[in-house]
Write a new protein. Structure first.
Length: 452
């Protein structure tokens, strides 16, 4: 633990003592290779006003910075660079990456998604009757993080049968192969999380609870699964309700006020809140100032791990928050990797070399990848470097690399020369595939779920 503390201090000093020009970290989010991987990460977040006033299909500005999103992007970089330096996985080939900000919003996520599916070496998507011979810019996509975004991108990439490996989307519906034929994930599904939740409630003797879900597909399905599991275990749901999503017209406020008396009932001490980040944030932001009584809150992972929610003023007064985090392997090399790349981002010579090496990747279409990343100051970084979902990103990259290795029939001497692999060909080798990441053996089942 001492090493982590010293490293955290070193990172703090590295960036807080620096007062010169901005970093070039945003230009480290792309690298050319023989096969390109797309990456979707929540590097920023747009304010609600940006959507309320949107009348044209123009770009949105993502203002709020996400530490986790940046770390996950760096974890993908590290995994790709590790694979490129290995002799036993894709020998003689180099993977490249193209990483973009989702802003945690579907309207922002669609632009890089379109770019990923553009024809190789262009930014145009042609209309064909048959896409079997179509070679898009990227071979597979890592991300996005949330179920809400994966519901959009999953159908979009699914049409082209492009493999998509999410490191955070847990919604059970995404396992439906008919709707999401090319979706995979390196996190357990919500059903696994809710089975553990019901087990916890039963073990603690909490058989009288309230159950709330966000008023979207994620929350409604989670609430439905929980209701069935709870009933089977003899857990009574005293009140069940939906938490509205924030809207410009303010009508959602009235719906939240209707929920408060039900939640505040003295006989209910435990509340399951299975909600998306935006819904949970709006609910607590409004309720904290309106005498929300302390309870035991059993959280879904979506808001349990959200800085946006847990950092709200007054969250410490809502009571006790419990929840489950997924299990994964430690990445002991990751802290040093982050430190090294932040140091490089402050080196003018290195930054100049990036401009020369990566000039072929268009920026004028998608705009700056992460302008906030170039003004980063890493406070309290030592507590974030081992975020539990960092491994999920790392494992997602290794899954694609193993599938490509298998598709190309690579061996110790190299990968046989052949026509470039198409996404749909890669997809065929991902079902029921076993792969390794950080010493752990993992396996995708036929529904795209992983055994962690």
């Amino acid at each position: 633990m001492l090493g982590s503390a010293v490293l955290g201090l070193g990172l703090w000093a590295l960036l807080h003592l620096r007062t010169g020009a901005p970093l070039c970290l945003s230009r480290q989010l792309k690298m050319k290779g023989d096969y390109m991987l797309g990456g979707l990460f929540p590097l920023g977040e747009a304010g609600e006003s940006a959507f309320h006033s949107r009348t044209r299909p123009s770009s949105l500005v993502c203002t709020r910075f996400s530490w986790n999103g940046l770390l996950w992007a760096l974890a993908m970089k590290m995994a790709v660079e590790e694979i490129n330096n290995r002799s036993d996985l894709l020998p003689g080939l180099r993977l490249g990456y193209d990483l973009f900000d989702t802003c945690s919003e579907s309207v922002v996520t669609m632009k890089p998604s379109l770019m990923f599916l553009a024809k190789a070496n262009s930014h145009d998507i042609a209309a064909y009757c048959n896409y079997t011979q179509y070679q898009p810019r990227v071979l597979a996509v890592i991300g996005p993080h949330s179920s809400e975004l994966a519901l959009v991108t999953g159908k979009f990439f699914g049409f082209f049968l492009m493999p998509q490996v999410s490191y955070g989307a847990s919604m059970d519906l995404l396992s439906t192969r008919e709707t999401f034929p090319s979706f995979f994930r390196t996190v357990p599904s919500d059903r696994v999380q809710l089975m553990a939740t019901v087990e916890l409630l039963q073990q603690l003797g909490w058989n009288w609870v309230a159950a709330l879900g966000s008023d979207d597909e994620y929350g409604r399905q989670g609430l439905s699964i929980f209701s069935g599991l709870a009933a089977a275990r003899g857990i009574c749901i005293a009140h069940e309700g939906l938490v509205p999503l924030p809207r410009a017209d303010g009508l959602w406020v009235g719906k939240v006020q209707e929920l408060l008396p039900q939640v505040n009932q003295s006989s209910i001490q435990v509340v399951l809140l299975f909600a998306s980040t935006h819904a949970a944030h709006a609910f607590f932001r409004h309720s904290i100032n309106r005498r929300l009584l302390p309870k035991v809150w059993v959280a879904s992972e979506a808001w349990l791990t959200s800085d946006l929610v847990m950092g709200l003023p007054g969250m410490a007064e809502v009571g006790t928050v419990l929840g489950f985090l997924q299990r994964g392997a430690q990445l002991p090399k990751f802290p040093q990797y982050v430190k090294t790349h932040l140091a490089l981002a402050a080196d003018p010579a290195f930054c100049a070399s990036l401009s020369e090496r990566e000039q072929g990747l268009e920026e004028h279409v998608v705009g700056p990848r992460c302008p906030q990343c170039d003004d980063v100051t890493l406070q309290n970084m030592s507590t974030r470097l081992q975020h539990h979902q960092t491994f999920s990103v790392y494992a997602a990259v290794y899954s694609v690399a193993q599938a490509l290795h298998n598709t190309l029939r690579c061996n110790a001497s190299g990968c046989p020369m052949q026509d470039p692999v198409k996404p749909w060909q890669l997809l065929q080798n991902m079902y029921n595939m076993t792969f390794h990441a950080a010493g752990l053996a993992l396996r995708f089942d036929s529904s795209g779920n992983v055994d962690v």
